[in-house]
Design a binder for this molecule. Structure first.
Ligand SMILES: *Cc1c(COP(=O)(O)O)cnc(C)c1O
Ligand SMILES: [Zn+2]
Length: 391
């Protein structure tokens, strides 16, 4: 299982860089760098049959992942999460083929494990000696776990109003936690300042090239679990947008590998009405998003006023004939109860937002009765007891 990783390419200006040293954003234009692979060689050497006897983790796609030396492939059992049929919720919404990808089954109970598993593995391989991250909660927990696994110190900056359970979890996993009076964008300033002083390597979303590589495995898994035919619609709760960007990249790669055809799902980005910069930019037909003022929502992971990968998210939405939709927090709470009651799934508010969005998209006819639709249930509800008390 050797990797076909070839180089890094800037997603904005196209400049290319040596993948075998540590990089953050493109030095020429400050935009995200993406990992590129020798797809022609991979088309000859990597096939779906080779997956058959591999363990059910995201490392089953190692040839299209960035870590070269297998001893650096950290694992806590991340990825290959269940693809569940949602018959009862589907029936309530007049749908015949509704599915959920249950990402709460990942280590530390959210899909952030995928990205941090990859970023920490690769940073360790390339010689990083300490790591830091701004987080709303789940990303920090995942970093804490994988940094512990790698034997590296982790520094986490999170808003002071983040649920206390996250702080306790991160500290129990050995991380150093700093609470910041402000939003995740304020936390990011501390991380960037420390990185500039050489205190640690910055693993913020899309500010290093490999979290998105971990997230892209959601796209590979969906294809594999559906028998190499992608669904019609993917509904995804969007903060920094790594998941949408990653899955879109996975689809391109799989087509080049000859694993899927040119068909693509319509990608739907869901945000909270209290912080919806991507929705506003999509509706205005803009290429990038303006920062959102006074961001406020119970869905902490969606409280991201500006995303460095905004243009990549917007491109994926438009190229897929998808859409972007904002849902109010009250609908998110109703949806949380609805999917719990009908399907036995206790989800994070970000995940519940996909259910609220689905309800609206069904009501206005954007989604048809028999279309195959996948909700990304990105995290567990167990760390959100403060919301459940009100439920
Ligand atoms: C971080 C997070 C999101 C947003 O994910 P992005 O890839 O940053 O857009 C959604 N749901 C949960 C549970 C999260 O923790
Ligand atoms: Zn560039």
């Amino acid at each position: 299982m050797h990797t076909y990783l070839s180089h890094l390419e800037c997603s904005w200006c196209g400049a290319s860089y040596n993948a075998d040293r540590l990089w953050n954003v493109c030095p020429a234009c400050d935009r995200p760098l993406l990992a590129r692979y020798d797809l022609a060689a991979a088309n000859m050497g990597f096939s779906t049959e080779m997956l058959r006897d591999r363990p059910p983790t995201l490392w089953r796609y190692a040839e299209m992942l960035p870590v070269r030396d297998p001893t650096y492939r950290l694992t806590l059992g991340e990825g290959y999460t269940p693809l569940l049929r949602l018959e009862r919720l589907g029936a309530e919404l007049g749908m015949t083929a509704l599915y959920a990808k249950d990402e709460s089954m990942n280590p530390t109970a959210s899909f952030k494990a995928r990205g941090l598993c990859m970023a920490v593995s690769r940073a360790a391989e390339l010689g990083a000696r300490a790591l830091a991250i701004p987080s709303a909660g789940n990303a920090g927990s995942a970093l804490a776990a994988y940094a512990a696994r790698a034997g590296l110190p982790a520094h986490i900056f999170l808003p002071s109003d983040a649920p206390p359970i996250f702080v306790a979890e991160m500290r129990a996993l050995g991380a150093e936690v700093t609470r910041v009076d402000g939003l995740i964008t304020d936390c990011a300033q501390y991380v960037r300042a420390g990185a500039a002083e050489g205190r640690w390597f910055d693993v913020s979303t899309l500010r290093e090239p490999y979290r998105v590589e971990g997230k892209k495995t959601m796209g590979y898994e969906l294809a594999e679990q559906f028998g190499w035919v992608l669904p019609d619609v993917i509904i995804y709760p969007t903060g920094g947008g790594t998941g949408i960007v990653g899955m879109w990249k996975a689809f391109e790669e799989m087509e080049a590998l000859g694993w899927i055809g040119p068909e693509r799902p319509r990608m739907v980005s869901v945000q909270s009405a209290g912080c919806a910069p991507i929705v506003r930019a999509f509706e205005a037909g803009r290429e990038t998003a303006e920062p959102w003022q006074n961001a406020m929502t119970i869905a902490d992971g969606l409280r991201v006023p500006s995303a460095i990968g905004d243009f990549l998210i917007l491109r994926a939405l438009r190229d897929s004939s998808g859409t972007a939709i904002a849902v109010p927090d009250e609908e998110i709470l109703d949806a949380l109860r609805e999917i719990g009651r009908t399907e036995g799934l206790l989800v994070a508010p970000e995940a519940a937002a996909t259910v609220a969005a689905l309800r609206r998209l069904r009501a206005d006819g954007w989604i048809q009765r028999d279309e195959r639709v996948v909700l990304f249930l990105t995290g567990s509800g167990l760390k959100y007891a403060h919301l459940l008390r009100e439920a």
